[in-house]
Design a protein around this ligand. Structure first.
Ligand code: GCW
Length: 715
């Protein structure tokens, strides 16, 4: 094979090994050998004959990626050769401005639709042209081309012009300087602070490759529960080393800012955002950061929440705090991502209403380089929540989405649950802000309110585990996050299917069966953890496993009983006007359905209503029976997933097959644990027997109440 680029001829001999054990390190960039000669011959033409026009570190990366891909695809020695574009090349990788005039003319005005990070894959007179305005666009286009091959698309008819719909597409790492990861379940932090800045681990490069392959263009490398040390020269030098390594992949570094850093690092008497000395301190600190990282993306801030300092400490608003930092980064083109996850430790009102109550009146009061980062739901990444009512309520303030890729509340990386299903539910929810069809996706891609700044963040699920994410299938959530960040209206069935093909195999049966598992998995998990709108009933602190009995302690809104309020008569949180009226934060259209206990979809029933145990539901069952049957259904669902997976043996490599099989043992037993303990606990209130079809719990309630596990990861 030959890949041609700018003159020089380089010859590589690369030995191919196929069929060896696969630990999953290569993620969806497996580039597995073609299944037969016909397929191999078909793609060989396009892969043998590639030209790359120009010179840059990013183009070098493209060249390397094509070599890696060819090594994987072809079970033979590879002989790449690089030279300038000639007519004989079948695949061209070329900036649009460098296209020959004749071709530019033929491609017409559509070429101008390709924006900064966009690309166009175009089959043209027997060639594939990968063109873009920028080298990063070419990198994205190359990954799209390789994906088309990995998923066995026909290339002759390719005509794919893509631009990202969201500008800032970030991972948020909750990684600490001691390398623990808050809510991380895949080992330790991949950032080896001790060895940085001099040692750039190969894993950083592979991290950047993986992210670039799905269009992620930013990363906040440090926990939002921040440590001011990250802003000191010692750590800035380390962050700079990462920024330098990531730059050619189109990835910018962002840092979390601890609000009282001026007091901690330089003994200022205050961190009041309106104090001129504090403002000067941040300006100087920002200048210093930019002297290390000239394209530093900006700050991510968690303030006035869960013990983090913030503007409240000085009687100031969230806008005062955000604007102070925004002014500091403004001259350098930086932004501030200010989190809306703000709630008071005294629980003055229903916790889920507090962010809206605080931020809504501030709409329009933020600088234009501030974007407010809002979690998908108003509580905290529960298995199911309605969308956050701030979406649609802040027309004058750009809002970005925060999803949690790491599965703090969804099985902590040992359960197979496809998060894209849950994310779609949120993204396609209608805010009705401008009438029907005002979906959350349109809020965050900026089209609904005309936001100038748009963004999305995913709390990373990445660690030092060989397969990066703990569960092999949790890689799918990282992948899907990137795809939905690029286009929040993407089809999640296709995302799942492509991920399976790229990661494991194109075998039709394998893809169909595994996709079905993925698409059902979220509803199954909701059933065995939090059916009917139950929420926050997990164990205290480490949040692993069930804990509907969690009560007392320092904070009411960190207990389970605060949320389910079970009594002998009823259960659920009344959020209608008779209760906390959090429902009023949504558009009136929602009041009609969600406000009525008889009309509300059962998925949200106990989120918004207190319901008596014997109330007859639309299914014909009373509440208790429905709850018990749903828990049972969840367990059966987990067993169904397990049995479907068992049929996949032999269709993929044995190592990953077995890895996933053994995780199913955990998932099924934990599903039973959730069912048994929650039903036994709630039965104390309902005082009704388990309906037929629901298995008898394995232990008595006392066993579950006393169950303790030491050293659960992630805290
Ligand atoms: O869900 C909670 C987590 C905290 C996290 C917090 C947040 C980083 O339990 O660990 O802190 O959310 O999002 O700030």
């Amino acid at each position: 094979m030959s890949i041609k680029k700018s003159g020089a001829t380089i010859v590589f001999f690369i030995l191919i090994s196929v069929g060896y054990a696969n630990d999953g390190y290569k993620l969806w960039l497996q580039y597995l050998p073609f299944e037969n000669k016909a397929v191999s011959d078909y793609y060989r033409d396009y892969l043998e004959n590639i030209s790359i026009s120009g010179e840059s570190p990013t183009l070098d990366i493209i060249q390397k990626e094509l070599i890696i891909a060819s090594e994987g695809f072809f079970d033979q020695q590879v002989l790449p050769e690089f030279s300038k574009t000639t007519d004989s090349n079948l695949t061209w990788i070329i900036r649009s401005e460098d296209l020959p005039e004749e071709i530019k003319g033929k491609l017409g005005t559509k070429l101008s639709e390709v924006k900064e990070e966009g690309y166009w894959l175009k089959s043209y007179q027997g060639k594939i042209i990968i063109t873009a305005k920028t080298d990063i666009g070419l990198l994205y286009g190359t990954f799209a081309f390789l994906k088309a091959i990995q998923t066995r698309e026909k290339l002759e008819n390719l005509d794919r012009l893509e631009n990202p719909k969201i500008q800032k597409r970030l991972l948020n790492h909750w990684d600490n300087l001691n390398r623990t990861v808050e809510r991380g379940y895949a080992g330790f932090s991949i950032w080896n602070w001790h060895r940085l800045p001099n040692h750039i681990d190969q894993q950083y490069i592979d991290y950047a490759r993986a992210n670039a392959s799905i269009g992620i263009n930013g990363t906040s490398i440090f926990n939002v529960n921040s440590n001011a040390l990250i802003l000191t020269p010692e750590y800035l030098a380390k962050a700079k080393a990462l920024a330098d390594a990531f730059r050619p992949y189109g990835i910018k570094i962002y840092l979390t800012a601890r609000f009282n850093a001026p007091m901690i690092l330089d003994s200022l008497p205050t961190a009041d955002p309106l104090d001129p000395d504090v403002q000067i301190w941040w300006k100087k600190k920002t200048e210093e950061i930019y002297s290390y990282i000239p394209d530093f993306g900006g700050f991510l801030v968690k303030a006035d929440s869960e013990g983090q300092p913030g503007p409240h400490n000085y009687g100031r608003t969230q806008a005062d705090g955000a604007n102070m930092l925004a002014d500091a980064v403004k001259p350098f083109g930086g932004i501030v991502m200010w989190r809306a996850f703000v709630y008071n430790e005294k629980t003055p009102t229903d916790r889920i209403r507090q962010a809206y109550d605080e931020f809504k009146p501030l709409d329009g009061k933020f600088r234009d380089n501030v974007i407010v980062q809002v979690k998908n739901g108003p509580l905290d990444f529960q298995p199911r929540e309605p969308f956050h009512p701030l979406f649609g309520a802040m027309p004058k303030t750009p809002l970005m989405m925060e999803f949690q890729i790491t599965k703090e509340y969804l099985g902590q990386e040992t359960h197979w649950v496809n998060l894209a299903t849950m994310w779609r539910e949120i993204l396609q929810s209608d805010t009705y802000a401008k009438g029907k069809g005002s979906t959350v996706s349109k809020v965050i891609d900026g089209s609904l309110h005309g936001y100038k700044l748009t963004g999305i963040a995913g709390v990373a699920n990445i660690g030092t585990d060989r397969n990066w994410t703990g569960h092999q299938t949790a890689q799918a959530d990282w992948y899907a996050f990137g795809k939905l960040a690029w286009n929040p209206d993407s089809n999640i069935d296709e995302i799942a299917e492509n991920w399976l093909k790229m990661t494991f195999s194109n075998d039709v049966d394998f893809v169909a069966t595994s996709k079905e598992i993925m698409l059902q998995s979220h509803e199954i998990l909701v059933n065995y953890m939090t059916p009917l709108g139950l929420h926050h009933i997990m164990a205290r602190s480490h949040h692993w496993g069930p804990g509907p009995w969690v009560t007392g302690g320092g904070r009411e809104d960190w207990t389970a009983t605060y949320y389910h309020k079970a009594s002998e008569e009823e259960i659920g949180f009344d959020r209608t006007e008779k209760g906390s009226n959090a429902l009023a934060q949504y558009a009136p259209e929602w009041k009609k359905t969600w406000g009525d206990a008889d009309k509300i979809p059962l998925e949200y029933l106990l989120w918004f209503h207190r319901v008596s145990w014997d109330k007859k539901l639309s299914t014909g069952n009373n509440l208790w029976t429905e709850m018990a049957l749903r828990y049972q259904k969840g367990v059966e669902g987990a067993r169904w997933m397990q049995s479907q997976w068992a049929k996949m043996e032999g269709k993929i490599d044995q190592e990953r097959y077995e890895h996933i099989s053994s995780f199913f043992k955990i998932q099924v037993s934990e599903a039973e644990w959730w069912r048994d303990s929650c039903l036994l606990y709630f039965q104390q209130f309902s005082k009704m027997p388990l309906p037929p079809g629901v298995e008898k719990p394995k232990h008595v309630l006392k066993y579950y109440l006393n169950f303790k596990r030491n050293f659960v990861p992630g805290i």
